[in-house]
Write a protein that binds this ligand. Structure first.
Ligand code: UDP
Ligand code: MN
Length: 246
């Protein structure tokens, strides 16, 4: 049978949230054997997300974990405040480790942000993953895309093509890799942290599991883009129509 894709999605309230989650959930309906772990950046689960999931026809787990305020770090290093999704991704990982069993459950774990654009082809690629699979991500890193560099002779990843810090141990966006559930379940202390430098979350997380030469290039040897790091503009709103949920 097909391995299950467990996708962990941090999400938070803003005016475009329902639009983002509607677009996302309706794409995800096209994906077989899919389990959505959606983690709200909130103390409690909201009615908006609860209602959307209820109507989604998806297999899902709905969790909530609020990002702590970190007031103390404000003056020292404001960039730390900008860590996004740390709490939520760790909560998703914890759920997997508490609810699934090594050598019994088979699957792939993917960090699926709520604002990116995903082709259904991406999910088919993921099913091939043995340890860690990687692929290009469009519209990120200061280039048209960020992509692993493949040695044509060995077929292995030898570096990264990106416009930002190609010297990172794994110069890969959160959307650019998937991990076998076995690895997540066996390395149970691997998680994200506020101590990791901004832009190095992926590198430090992947370092728990693997070295560069073990990465499995997917999406036609990393020549195809099946996911885009799109960002939705914040709409400027002059007034509110009462009682109309957008
Ligand atoms: N996110 C969150 N709380 C926040 C900001 C972001 O849960 O305060 C989520 C967001 O919904 C997304 C992920 O974290 O799924 C990454 O955030 P964002 O897309 O803003 O980051 P960027 O694309 O700028 O890296
Ligand atoms: Mn984003």
């Amino acid at each position: 049978s097909l391995p299950i894709i467990y996708a962990i999605t941090p999400t938070y309230y803003r005016l475009v949230q329902k639009a983002e989650l509607t677009r996302l959930s309706q794409v995800l309906r096209l994906v077989e054997n899919f389990h959505w772990i959606i983690v709200e950046d909130s103390d409690t689960k909201t009615d908006l997300v609860t209602g959307l999931l209820n109507e989604s026809h998806l297999l899902y787990t709905h969790l909530a974990a609020k990002t702590p305020p970190f007031e103390k770090l404000k003056d020292k290093d404001p960039r730390w405040k900008k860590h996004r999704g740390v709490e939520q991704r760790n909560t998703g990982l914890k759920w997997l480790r508490e609810n699934l069993e090594l050598n019994k459950d088979r699957g792939i774990v993917y960090f699926l942000d709520d604002d990116n654009t995903y082709s259904v082809k991406l999910f088919e690629e993921m099913r091939k993953i043995k340890k860690v699979g990687v692929w290009p991500v469009g519209l990120v890193g200061g280039f048209n895309a960020e992509a692993p560099e493949i040695d044509p002779k060995t077929g292995k990843v030898i570096g990264y093509k990106t416009g930002w810090r190609s010297d990172r141990p794994f110069a890969i966006d959160m959307a650019g890799f998937g991990i076998n559930l076995d690895l997540i379940l066996s390395k149970h202390d691997a998680q994200f942290s506020y101590k990791m430098a901004k832009g190095f979350q992926e590198s430090e997380f992947l370092s728990y599991f693997i070295t560069k030469d073990e990465l499995e290039p997917l999406a036609d040897n990393c020549t195809k883009v099946y996911v885009w790091h799109t960002r939705t503009e914040t709409p400027s709103v002059k007034g509110y129509i009462p009682g109309l949920e957008v």
